[in-house]
Write a new protein. Sequence first.
Length: 325
Amino acid sequence: MSLIFIVVFALSTSETIAIAEEQTGTANPRGAEASSLDDEMVLIPAGEFIMGSDKVDKTRSAGEFGNAKPWYLDEHPEHNVDLDAFYIDRYEVTNGQYRRFVTAEHHRPPEYWVFDGYLLSMARERLNKQDVEKIRNLVVKVFKLDIDTRPMSKEQLLDAIEKRFTYMDYLPVIEVSWEDANAYCKWAGKRLPTEEEWEKAARGKEGNEFVWGNTWTVGISNTGEELWDDGVAPVGSYQGDKSVYGVYDMAGNVSEWVSDWYQPYPHTDYQSKDFGEQYKVIRGAAWGGEGHYALKLFQRGAYRFYLDPKSHHDDLGFRCARDAT
């Protein structure tokens, strides 16, 4: 059966219109419309790499920043891990990629697509049929484009929206749960990376402190120093946030779900009530803005965090992996 999306936008206190209603088909999800980003995977060669760390919070400053989890301890001990070769997405999964999954699988779209207008990219034909004043209101109050719409024709307004859709296509999808991310990767013929795979792709076999090396550099990744209208930046915007294997945005933009439950590393002395099959691991720092998110500690390749797998946040996304054989 077809899925009908109905989007209701509150345009003012007195005016609410239902603008988008479109039946989505069941076209081949790997067909001609598939983004070129789908094939942008990087081969991570087989072999050992250095995982974790032996760092210690000598200043005991974790509590000063409101961080309930002690710094570094769940990264202990530094150890060697031997992995088979695997592929990992060069970029974080984007809105455009996730939209094809939503269409093909009738999967629930992220809620923010309603409020920023992106859901209308799935209903272009219906959008094109609206009168010029409704489209003008959408441009101003939903898409929030900083342009003077008063002299613009319907065609010009639709063209502005189309350019916005194209830009949004390349933003990483956010506000997806672990279940959403896992379902997407399966649909794409891939899987979520393991925590070990993610860390090797980020740090290289030598266990670099940061994805670009061992020296901290301000502004090299999207972690809040630079403001983007959407918070997130188009994938690959930060050429410095690239690992030795050529994988982008592993130190910033969005944090990323991986496949693992939050568990202790082998041979560690650290214990936590949060270990077990209750939380899924997330990796990588995010655009999160001010405060502790901007600390370089969170952009380290060894840093671990965890969330309920049903969680969804505006700075949390994912990328996929697959076996090399």
